[in-house]
Write a protein that binds this ligand. Sequence first.
Ligand SMILES: Nc1ncnc2c1ncn2[C@@H]1O[C@H](COP(=O)(O)OP(=O)(O)OP(=O)(O)O)[C@@H](O)[C@H]1O
Length: 350
Amino acid sequence: MLDVDITRRAGAFTLDVTLAASSGVTAVFGPSGAGKTTLARCIAGLERPDSGRVALGGEVMFGPDRDLPPHLRGIGYVFQEPRLFPHLDVTANLLYGARPGTDPGPVAEMLDIGPLLGRRPGGLSGGEAARVAIGRALLRSPRLLILDEPLASLDRRRRAAILPYLERLRDSGTPILYISHAIEEVARLATTLVLLQDGRVAASGSVGDLLSDPDVAARLGPDQAGALIEGRITAQEGGLATVETPLGQLEVAGVDGPPGGRVRVRIRAEDVIVARMRPEGLSARNVLPCRIATLRAGQGPGVMLRLEAGDGRLLARLTRRSVEEMGLAEGQTVWAVVKTSGVARMDVGR
Ligand SMILES: Nc1ncnc2c1ncn2[C@@H]1O[C@H](COP(=O)(O)OP(=O)(O)OP(=O)(O)O)[C@@H](O)[C@H]1O
């Protein structure tokens, strides 16, 4: 529904991007200076590409003969900082730019900002202000919502607190373009991932496929690499959830939600230990038989392994020396050991 094929030069930097985004959350991920904000601004009409085409739902927003102004594109844009009007209360901020007669109730409820409606922005916390900014964009009934690092100014705890609201937003059906350089946010929210590097698309595809691809992992950097696994909670006990996944049953900490609920869990490559034989007497609860699908040596001392079991995939990062000493090779069957606590709370989502 969003089709982009543009180039834009700004100083020494050139953005040259082709992408197609459908429903759900399309995350544009990349390091600082990759061109994420420039791309978002070109789509919204806040910057003019030098050439190319931007279309939304088949309607051309920008092209050789057309350059629709931002307010006619039907795109909601939430900036890194909330940009609320300080002299207006939250209700008036929410309804600014919305059609007359719009009821802020359902959106206020979804974002849990009902109790704030009579307050001025000056008294809001960073997380509350971010939710109001998202609510304001939503109440204009956008055809596409662009969230440009809306959590960037928040600390880790506040970011974790706001992510469930963004999950609700995703599940409400408004297509979202989510700009971020935080992989744990992308892993939780995205349907599709576009990896931007030096102004170009380095990789794009389903977030699950991309995050478990060792070549993509190499681009993300060793600390950021980790595969995404979807599953269903089958039990909750003592803060530990049992999740049925394509890899088998996993016990993970920090997964909220009742039995039956679907969750996404990101398991960092660093948190996976590999054994040639089934280990006995371990404190770790998750021991999964897998096949080594690919083995990729990186630039440094690390080797990235892609492990498969059924339809499930894991990434594991080992040292080159371990791989040699253990005699690991593609096609072998091994045991992957995943610590229950290896899954951080930020990385677990519905
Ligand atoms: N008007 C301009 N003139 C010159 N260079 C520009 C201009 N606008 C952007 N750039 C350059 O384009 C590059 C991409 O910037 P952009 O803000 O799109 O990156 P980004 O991926 O959003 O980064 P960040 O994550 O730090 O926000 C940067 O190197 C920036 O300095």
